[in-house]
Ligand binder design. Structure first.
Ligand code: ZN
Length: 518
């Protein structure tokens, strides 16, 4: 079989096939069109971003007998025999870091090119040259013959002497975007008849860290299995974990699903996933989520600061790898901090703290302002009234209205409450919100009139609203479901200005609501 590895087979042979470096290509083409070519270039950037390919296409274009708009024609004698052209001299400084190689180059540089107009010297990984080799190169760069062009490429520009840099026109190659690599890979998979699904395609692009060569090498490796390339195959071949798995982990964390979170960590542990790679991916995904939290996306359980702290804790956990403990235990402990562990069903997983804390102390600690009886009544009435005609359609439309609500002009303290809360039930007259942080419930109740007025102004509506904790909502919801099952209906309770110790009103509530109220 005449098998050629993909990255050689698909090495770009014209500017159009070089992806992700539009600005550099445009500048180089312009310099060719305007015959404004430098004698020395330095291409810096991460591996696999197209430095050598660009150098070769550039060398071809400046010698092409028939170039069009700065691009090589691909058909003339020079273009056709490009691979065997003695005037294109490639030196890999990583393998030939001796001064002899450069001396040899200098001895022959005076000779005019055999075919084209220019002799092009491409020196890969130029930072690997020895000091004396650099000195020899510098002499040449100071007075190059008119027919000589140098293209120096490096992944480590910091190690190239400034004296060399100052004589070169510099181009910084960027990591190629995942979306660009995905697109290019898709095309190649189609041409090669490689079966791969979209998720897996994106994963390969992600794993290549912005380098097309790595992406193609990985694709090569995966395609040898002769089965459809899936995330599972990638995970088993590369011993890595997919972006999807990391996203799943953070989704479980968002959904406060303790069991699933621990299960996933255990799965990573059993598969002996490389810990550093895993943490790096969690940092990538979590920091992206943190950056993309908008003021209005308050249906996200974790806020910006929680994600920020998670990212910092993850980075810090990398320092603990060498300690003689199971690294995954550290990961577990960090993630558990972000789970509301009061929801843990199985007490064996994490025992509830046994220590008894006097209620007063606890309240103070949680920064909960005890709500007075007056507002307790109002809370009960409004929960009841919402249930009278609570419907999914009201809930859905309010949820989307709140997603799109612009919070910019809302005072800080109310914004803090709204960002932390979500609509959990709605009727045509009432809305129930829950707050993730308990202390925000107390704040919301204290400023209920102001919050209500703001919401009604924004929505151009006339809702009665109420805020409760997530725990309370769980209880209320269960009671509601129970009542619906037992065909106990709800009837509307008039909202009078509740007066403290008003026996009549209290009786009214209990009679009319026909539900047990705590
Ligand atoms: Zn040509």
């Amino acid at each position: 079989m005449n098998y050629k590895v993909l990255y050689r087979k698909y090495r770009p042979n014209n500017f159009e096939n070089i992806i992700g470096q539009e600005y550099i290509i445009k500048t180089l083409k312009n310099s060719i069109i305007h015959n404004n070519i430098s004698h020395a270039y330095i291409f810096s950037g991460p591996r696999g971003t197209g430095k050598t390919s660009t150098a070769k296409v550039f060398a071809k274009a400046i010698n092409c007998l028939n170039q069009k708009d700065g691009s090589p024609c691909g058909e003339c004698e020079f273009c056709k025999n490009f691979q065997e052209n003695p005037d294109i001299i490639e030196i890999d400084a990583a393998s030939n870091n001796g001064v002899d190689e450069i001396r040899n180059l200098i001895d022959n540089i005076k000779l005019t090119p055999t075919n084209g107009k220019y002799k092009v010297y491409i020196i890969d990984e130029v930072h690997m040259l020895t000091t004396s080799a650099f000195n020899a190169l510098l002499l040449t760069l100071e007075e190059p013959p008119a027919h000589a062009i140098f293209i120096l490429a490096t992944t480590n520009i910091e190690n190239v002497p400034i004296t060399i840099l100052s004589r070169c026109q510099r181009f910084d190659f960027q990591k190629i975007k995942v979306s660009d690599i995905t697109k290019a890979l898709k095309r190649i998979c189609e041409l090669e008849d490689i079966k791969i699904n979209d998720e897996a395609l994106e994963e390969v692009a992600y794993l290549s860290e912005g380098g097309m060569r790595d992406a193609l090498s990985l694709l090569d490796q995966l395609s040898k299995s002769n089965e459809e390339i899936t995330l599972e195959l990638i995970e088993s071949v590369v011993k890595t974990i997919s972006l999807k798995s990391v996203n799943d982990l953070l989704n479980d964390l968002e959904e406060n699903d303790v069991e699933k979170t621990l299960e996933l960590i255990n799965d990573f542990r059993n598969r002996a996933v490389d810990y550093k790679t895993l943490i790096k991916k969690i940092i990538d995904v979590a920091s992206n989520r943190a950056k993309n939290i908008k003021l209005t996306s308050r249906y996200q359980r974790l806020n910006y600061f929680e994600y920020k702290n998670l990212v910092l804790a993850m980075a810090d956990s990398l320092n603990k790898i060498n300690i003689n403990v199971d690294s995954y235990t550290i990961l577990e402990m960090i993630l558990l901090e972000y789970l509301n562990t009061s929801n843990i069903k199985n007490e064996e997983v994490i025992p509830e703290p046994q220590k008894e804390v006097p209620e007063e102390v606890l309240k103070e600690k949680m920064n909960v302002t005890p709500s007075n009886e007056l507002s307790d009544e109002l809370v009960n009435i409004r929960i009841n009234n919402c249930f009278v005609n609570a419907q999914k359609k009201y809930l859905e439309s309010l949820k989307s209205a709140f997603d799109n609500l612009f919070l910019q002009d809302i005072p800080g303290k109310i914004k803090a409450i709204l960002i932390d809360s979500q609509v959990v039930a709605a009727s045509d007259t009432n809305i129930i919100f829950t707050c993730h942080n308990e202390h925000n419930v107390a704040h919301a109740i204290n400023d209920l009139d102001e919050v209500e007025e703001l919401i009604n102004k924004e929505l151009n509506s006339d809702y009665k609203i109420i805020f409760i904790s997530e725990k309370r909502w769980l209880e209320e919801k269960n009671k509601y479901i129970e009542n619906i099952k037992n065909k106990k209906g709800y009837s509307y309770i008039e909202e009078k200005m509740p007066v403290k110790n008003d026996e009549h009103l209290l009786n009214d509530i209990f009679d009319a609501s026909k539900i047990e109220i705590v």
